[in-house]
Design a protein around this ligand. Sequence first.
Ligand code: AMP
Length: 481
Amino acid sequence: MSKNKPLPFENDKISEECGIFGIFGSPEAHLLTALGLHALQHRGQEATGMVSFDGKQFKAKRGLGHVSENFNAASMKMDELAGYAAIGHNRYSTTGQSEIRNIQPFLTELAFGDFAIAHNGNLTNAERVRGSLIDTGSLFQSTTDTETIIHLIARSKRNKVEERIKEALLQIEGAYALIALVDNMMIGIRDPLGVRPLILGKLNNSYILTSETCALDIIGAEYIRDIESGEMVLITENSVKSLRISEPLKSRFCIFEYIYFSRPDSVINQKSVYNARKMIGTELARESKVSADLVIPVPDSGVPAALGYAQESGIRFEFGIIRNHYIGRTFIQPSQDARSSGVMMKHNANANIISGKDIILVDDSIVRGTTSRKIVKMMREAGAKSVHMRIASPPTTNPCFYGVDTPSKENLIAAQLNLEDIRNEIEADSLAFISIHGLYRAMGETKRNTQSPQYCDACFTGDYPIAPSRNFILGSKNNVS
Ligand code: AMP
């Protein structure tokens, strides 16, 4: 294979920003998985899939679109998936072809039997590993980074599936929360730094692995614990065995999960996402208070931070922007033009509240700046006297290589412009971001430990805990698979 030719998955955004769910040992595994995936819809809205096992046979169904469009009461897909174990995956992708062959979970027949896998995260050395696997005869079915793991497992000469997986993962770098299913076991794994979330839950006699606690709540399951970084759990009927795939390293969990990505009713690592967001708003108000009549959240992701800001500053909180919930997240538009109109489709000013007022707008992040610019304009058109923008994260100056869809540096407004120029660009009267130490204070730390940071915050600091591959750095945003 030509060394210069881009690998297919560079042009296709695959296993990022995904949500995963698996349950072992329930007669309604397929139904509970559909519910779990529904609770995780915010983590991926482009495609969804499920693989189940009924004791004899593995079955798989995958489709484009939302969970409810694919796995609903009226859908034949549900009956066909009946089983006592099931794993599922929601996928988010902003560009590239939405190919059915890339929808997870993948199901393959390996030497030891059927093997299904669902992945949340992003493998940073997948292109190199994939290249050498292809050079030595592997035939890839999809353009995803995840498939490299399957090929490595297939090639392993070890006897036990867990040993094969461990051997495969020792050759893999990057961020991964994985759920795998074989005929007698469900397996959960977190990468050595625990960048992406994975938790263990229980419902009656069945165990659950999933990305967020909101997926346990929806089925009435009990939270047991977070899977540790570098840990592999083997779940069989009524037993959970824990192994290590790496020595325990200090976790570098993604701080952006708390800021934006996870659902606010989820609890990660004993910490409520909602409370974390509110505390960020509190710190933001301490750092950059401004006098105004109203604090207005950019819904929905800015709401908890705006509440924190309002409570700390004593300025009245109002819903000055109403969101239409029936369209996807702004980012899911294919081009800049469509993305711009997407903001208007999603948000409308509550003009009665805003007119004649000095307002503080609170949003979770500025990425390209498209949303802020549109919303500030919308507020002025609705009669706001002044618009002060407050952002509940530090400036996003670096792309993520571990599974969050951030654009390449040239499209990140904070990587291109200084604070005053961003303010000018979004036409706000004032603009402030929370500082990095303020963010860590909000997370309950005294400050960011610069020698050994408590979280992965590479999108704000450029401090990447896992070296991104050269192609990732050089490439466009589409190169993040
Ligand atoms: P932008 O218009 O590019 O500045 O988008 C910023 C908005 O997108 C913020 O209001 C966030 O709520 C949201 N956002 C931030 N990061 C992401 C992401 N990785 N995927 C989807 N939406 C995001």
